[in-house]
Write a protein that binds this ligand. Structure first.
Ligand code: FAD
Ligand code: PHB
Length: 394
């Protein structure tokens, strides 16, 4: 026997997109149910992105979940680009008229959101299996799944939000879609290190041995990445080799990065991906379910939250004043902003990495791009306004 429950909005996925959407809807008095196939500790423990655009940090405060971020997050006025053995600072506060970014890890954002939603009695079900979507073209779509006790469940709803990431079932439920993709021939080897910060802000380095990024997590833990072959084996990267590469790519005369115990290592592949469209009947996609950016622009989480801010406004208009116009324009309007973030992430990625398939000519163009962006105030402003985040709603 299938147990059935009803909720105005069924949300598949308890990542940044799904959890922010649940909270945005709750604020408007619109109930939802969130389901996720992973366990809560898995969701709260997966190390991913780290940079929040200013509007996203402001939204956290607005929603009452910004307290720990304000206490423990790192407020950065800009970034440093390193190439040709020199560091160049871009001051975002100056270039954008006061905007900055916050380095606060994604899993901490999720811990704060889940705790807050739980305190507000939000229905959330973790460790579900067999998620399936039904009757999307009707006005009574539903989600079926098996709960952790093995009980078959159905959520009948008015709308389904597909916030289930790149590998979830929601995008597959859109029968006619066009997918745009670029897979990069390099990946990142990311490490977590027990060490004090080596520098007061993020350093993105273009080096002949490949890209490197110096980021941070807490005063005691640092996050560092080196460009690698995405199909390489971690066994080929003993700690000594990682430190050798990090020093070669990030040190400059007088400044050496601080070593410490490496306690986590992982390799991530890099792709750019957009699915058009983001809607089918009563199903709306948001976040990684419909787009992926390479992490060099620090956009993944912010883009997901931008989508659900737009979706929550559209759903609020539906429930509060019976106006569906913003639901109809959700996909084309969201996609305009998504393509701008795709462009910026691609630009940062191609400019900063060494692509083994590129010619020496193309490599020189990337170095010229770096020289331009660090010399011209107009070019620096363009990078800065994209990095701190373009406006979310027109
Ligand atoms: P997700 O965070 O993927 O959440 C989707 C949720 O849906 C997951 O919890 C998943 O368990 C759930 N789900 C999937 N299938 C089902 C199902 N069948 N039923 C129910 N639930 C389901 N961005 C950066 O800017 N910097 C980084 O360093 C960075 N590192 C990353 C590393 C990895 C390994 C990955 C995968 C992404 C990384 N990103 C990074 C991107 C960033 O983390 C994402 O853009 C962001 O998590 C998107 O949020 P989301 O809610 O759309 O999707
Ligand atoms: C991170 O801290 O994990 C991070 C920071 C900036 C990026 C990507 C990842 O562009």
């Amino acid at each position: 026997m299938t147990a059935t429950q009803r909720a105005p909005v069924g949300i598949i996925g308890a990542g940044p997109a799904g959890l922010f959407l649940a909270l945005l809807l709750k604020r408007e008095g619109i109930e939802s149910v969130v389901i996720d196939s992973r366990t809560r500790p898995d969701i709260e423990g997966t190390i991913r992105a780290g940079v929040l655009e200013q509007w996203c940090a402001d939204l956290m405060r607005d929603l009452g979940v910004g307290e720990r971020m304000d206490r423990e997050g790192h407020f950065h006025e800009g970034i440093t680009l390193q190439f040709g053995g020199e560091r160049h600072h871009l001051n975002f506060v100056e270039l954008t008229g006061g905007k900055q970014v916050v380095v606060y890890p994604q899993h901490d954002v999720l811990i704060d959101l889940i705790a807050h939603l739980e305190g507000q009695g939000q229905p959330m079900l973790f460790s579900v299996k067999d998620t399936a979507l039904h009757d999307l073209e009707s006005d009574h779509p539903s989600i079926t799944f098996t709960d952790p006790e093995g009980q078959a469940q159905r959520i009948e709803c008015d709308f389904i939000a597909g916030c289930d990431g790149f590998h979830g079932p929601s995008r597959q439920a859109i029968p006619r879609r066009r997918e745009f993709q670029k897979v990069y021939p390099f990946g990142w080897l990311g490490v977590l290190v027990e060490a004090p910060p080596s520098y007061h802000e993020l350093i993105y380095s273009n080096h002949e041995r490949g890209f490197a990024l110096l980021s941070t997590r807490t005063p005691e833990i640092q996050r560092m990445y080196i460009q690698c072959n995405p199909r390489d084996d971690l066994k080929n990267y003993p700690d000594e080799r990682i430190w050798e590469e990090l020093h070669a790519r990030l040190d400059v005369p007088g400044h050496s990065i601080t070593e410490g115990r490496i306690f986590q290592k992982g390799i991530i592949a890099m792709r750019s991906f957009v699915c058009e469209t983001m809607q089918h009947g009563r199903l709306f996609l948001a976040g990684d379910a419909c787009h992926i950016v390479p992490p060099t622009g620090a956009k993944g989480l912010n883009l997901a939250v931008g989508d659900v801010l737009r979706l929550s406004r559209a759903l609020t208009r539906h429930y509060k004043i019976g106006d569906d116009s913003k639901l109809r324009t959700y996909a084309p309007e969201a996609l305009r902003r998504i393509w701008l973030a795709e462009r910026f992430s691609w630009y940062m990625t191609t400019m900063l990495h060494r692509d083994p398939d590129e010619t020496d000519f193309e490599q020189q163009i990337h170095v010229a791009d770096l020289a331009y962006v660090t010399q011209s105030r107009a070019a620096a402003t363009a990078l800065a306004e994209n990095y701190v985040g373009l406006p979310v709603l027109e």
